[in-house]
Ligand binder design. Structure first.
Ligand SMILES: Nc1ncnc2c1ncn2[C@@H]1O[C@H](COP(=O)(O)OP(=O)(O)OP(=O)(O)O)[C@@H](O)[C@H]1O
Length: 256
């Protein structure tokens, strides 16, 4: 009998609670059970505060679950955190995580050394990534002089230093102009064709539709739907708004 392939990310009853400053309990993830296959782009959608970043942070071992389990390629994110860190990379949108007063290549050299690459191999890897991401011409310039789109490419290069099997992109195109965002999406498509798995959170439904092989919609920490196939062109907006509207109506929340 053929064995079932190990999912890139599997969660079972995954729950994460926070306590607000005023002492109010807040459930960011509420018993989330999901299985995302290895390979392809998996879109995670949901309104502000839905729990997307919390899920990404748990999958990348920087946040502990309150209860339930999560595993990356079969490795438990709590009990085998070190092994999980070797399999994943996380790229946040915005300006976090880069050293502005260093050049693009210095940033990458730093990250290569953090991942234990010897100096020579690190420099080769950095050069290869700068070329792959179209930054080679600006490699020696300070990151503070980069546009947002260029910074996002560099973020992605940083994420790729360790050749992760699961790349988590948390709103990677936020604030990008349409051309930079489209180029970034092309890079994501290239990664998919190289056999990598990408978990993508986004508020851009067209982006999700263009890239995703599976789509998961969450709201208030709960999975509302999980599509195991790419959405039909033009279908996602109606599905998404319908789901969010009915959840809001059930809980007497705002109109969408
Ligand atoms: N460190 C924290 N302390 C308290 N509450 C938190 C903390 N981190 C997240 N939360 C809360 O958990 C819930 C989910 O937040 P999360 O950042 O995962 O949402 P999100 O779907 O990524 O939202 P957005 O689309 O706005 O980025 C929110 O109510 C948020 O206020």
């Amino acid at each position: 009998m053929a064995s079932t392939p190990t999912p890139a990310l599997r969660t079972a009853g995954l729950t994460r609670c926070f306590t607000s400053r005023g002492g109010q309990p807040r459930t960011a993830l509420d018993s989330v059970s999901l299985s995302l296959p290895a390979g392809g782009v998996h879109a995670l959608l949901g309104p502000n505060g839905a729990g997307k970043t919390t899920l990404c942070r748990i999958a990348s071992t920087v946040l502990l679950p309150s209860s339930g389990r999560a595993a990356v390629l079969g490795r438990d994110v709590v009990k085998e955190a070190a092994a999980v860190r070797r399999l994943i990379a996380i790229v946040f949108g915005g300006d976090r995580g880069l050293y502005d007063r260093l050049s693009a290549q210095e940033n990458l050299w730093f990250w290569c050394s953090m991942y234990g690459l010897p100096r020579r191999a690190g420099r080769q890897r950095a050069q290869q990534l700068l070329e792959q991401l179209g930054l080679a011409e600006r490699a020696g310039e300070l990151v503070e002089t980069f546009s947002r789109g260029m910074k996002q490419r560099l973020h992605l290069a940083r994420g790729l230093v360790a050749e992760p099997q699961l790349l988590i992109l948390d709103e990677p195109t936020v604030g990008m102009d349409p051309v930079s965002a489209r180029e970034f999406r092309t890079l994501v498509t290239d990664l998919r064709s190289q056999g990598r798995t990408v978990l993508l959170t986004t508020h851009d439904l067209q982006e999700a539709e263009a890239l995703a092989d599976t789509v998961t919609v969450i709201d208030r920490g709960r999975v509302l739907t999980h599509l195991e196939q790419p959405p039909q062109p033009g279908s996602l907006e109606e599905l998404y708004f319908g789901l969010i509207r009915s959840t809001a109506a059930r809980s007497g929340g705002m109109e969408v």
